[in-house]
Design a protein around this ligand. Structure first.
Ligand code: SF4
Length: 391
């Protein structure tokens, strides 16, 4: 049985949850007493559990009559305590990440773009390498597109790198290096959507605007115990936001989602906001329905001395246009030289690499290993060439 919040019967202090589901007639259970005042000033916590036999009890009626709209529920949410506990936890527990050393908008922006769809651990090296190659927005704006892609190569979602380059040109040239300082103006730049604009505006410029990414969304769903529509999530996040420390608050929410309120097994015992959380991890995992597709593909590895035969993807391709890779071939019966796994967006690929001569392909070229290193290679091509010790 799964506890779902029916409503907050909170005249001042107590949240109740009625169990729903098969066989749950004739009683309700008080799961927890969350004795945090609506202004978040007190924090007593007395777990009491008992069953009430009569559906028509006064308590049950009280719950039904106070079950209200989500906005009313949010009004009684202990926001001040939530903010205080979350920020105190963040101050103590935030990870030491290279993009947290300052609040330079260029650094914040690069890290936020890289972190989209990519894990922190995978981003750290790329971030440092990227900033070494393009230490300022002017250097990035002046770079060739192929150099930007080559430095990005392996991070995936290459449209991000192209948009980054386009936005750098926009800031460095027509705007002469002056950054827009609020989310609305930042959204005018290429590749900067609602999330990135809010992240840069709040972290670099202290604008009180909340972010909602996958981590924040999960926390909001679990804390409210309710499936919130997209606009409700943004509204709720903005209501919770600390206007004094908006950048830290946003980072704290994302940090909590990445390290404590995990998708599969939230660490509720370590959670600084568990007293404000309606579900404490009991909500159905909203991501269960998302299944990765599985596919098997084959590539040919054709070598001639220190050269390798590579093909360039069409510039009109929707995925990774213009990037270089090994020639894809029809599935083979031959024993693969190498088999590896690779994921792109919603597909998990089993990749078989076959040693085979394919140099008659018209879109391909022999390329020396030294030159291949600096080409915009797809992440998969880079993996294979590394396994072949060519780069
Ligand atoms: S108590 Fe658990 S489910 Fe709720 S926010 Fe914290 S970690 Fe997430």
């Amino acid at each position: 049985m799964q506890a779902q919040p029916l409503g907050i019967a909170d005249t001042r202090q107590i949240h109740y949850f009625a169990p729903v589901g098969e066989g749950q007639r004739g009683g309700i259970r008080q799961h927890n007493r969350l004795a945090e005042n609506v202004d978040g000033t007190a924090s007593l916590d007395h777990p009491l559990q008992y069953w009430l036999a009569d559906e028509a009890s006064a308590l049950y009626r009280a719950i039904l009559t106070t079950a209200s709209t989500s906005s009313k529920r949010r009004d009684s949410f202990p926001k001040a305590g939530f903010r205080r506990n979350l920020l105190a936890w963040f101050d103590q527990n935030k990870r030491d990440l290279p993009w947290r050393k300052d609040r330079d908008p260029y650094h914040v922006w690069i890290s936020e773009i890289m972190l989209q769809q990519t894990r922190v651990a995978a981003v750290i090296d790329y971030y440092q390498r990227f900033l070494k190659r393009f230490p300022t927005i002017e250097k990035l704006a002046a770079a060739r597109g192929a150099s930007v892609l080559a430095t990005w190569s392996g991070l995936g979602y290459y449209r991000r790198a192209r948009m980054l380059h386009a936005a750098a040109k926009e800031i460095a040239l027509p705007r002469q290096g002056r950054w827009p300082t609020n989310a609305a103006d930042l959204r005018e730049l290429p590749g900067i959507g609602r999330y990135t604009a809010a992240a840069v505006a709040s972290i670099a410029f202290d604008e009180p605007v909340a972010v909602v990414d996958g981590n924040v969304e999960r926390i909001l769903l679990r804390v409210s115990g309710k499936a919130l529509a997209t606009e409700e999530q943004w509204r709720f996040a903005n209501e919770l936001l600390s206007t004094e420390r908006p950048g830290d608050f946003n980072q704290a929410m994302m940090e909590l989602g990445a390290t404590v309120c995990l998708p599969k097994q939230p660490k509720c015992l370590l959670c600084p906001i568990s007293k404000s959380c309606a579900t404490r991890g009991e909500l159905r995992n909203e991501q269960n329905g998302l299944r990765q597709k599985k596919k098997t593909i084959a590539y040919a590895l054709d070598r001639r001395g220190g050269d390798v035969f590579l093909v360039q993807r069409p510039r009109t391709a929707s995925l990774m246009p213009g990037m270089w890779e090994l020639p894809e071939i029809a599935e083979q019966t031959a024993q693969p030289w190498l088999t590896l796994r690779h994921s792109i967006t919603v597909t998990d690929y089993t990749v078989n690499v076959i040693k085979e001569q394919v140099s008659n392909q018209p879109t391909g070229r022999w390329i020396s290993a030294a030159k291949a290193t600096n080409l915009p290679l797809t992440g998969l091509a880079r993996k294979i060439l590394r396994a072949a010790k060519l780069i």
